[in-house]
Design a protein around this ligand. Structure first.
Ligand code: SF4
Length: 94
């Protein structure tokens, strides 16, 4: 697998990959997904990870603290750049 520059600092590098790529996001796998999201919550590269997953339309697994359904919702809402992150304020130049 290609090593992305931000992925070297990923908090999940030392975790069980099955946590991040469970068979399903439902049923017993739900707790694995929640554990994975907890790891993402303390990951220093969460934002680039999420952007990468959205840009490359990752359909499986937990990326940047999101499961596939959440990423579908973010994509249909225009992605995190246009949705959750406020646009910079333009200075008036007075
Ligand atoms: S945000 Fe989550 S999936 Fe992404 S690199 Fe960090 S720990 Fe791994």
């Amino acid at each position: 697998m290609m090593m992305l520059s931000w992925s070297r600092r990923a908090a999940c590098l030392e975790q069980d990959p099955e946590l991040f790529f469970p068979i399903s996001v439902e049923g017993p796998s739900r707790s694995q997904v929640e554990q994975a999201k907890t790891v993402c919550g303390r990951c220093p590269v969460r934002q680039p990870c999420l952007e990468y997953a959205l840009d490359t339309r990752q359909a499986h697994g937990v990326w940047g603290g999101t499961d596939p359904e959440q990423r579908r919702e973010l994509s249909s809402a225009g992605g995190p750049r246009r949705g959750s992150v406020p646009a910079p304020q333009l200075r008036s130049g007075r």
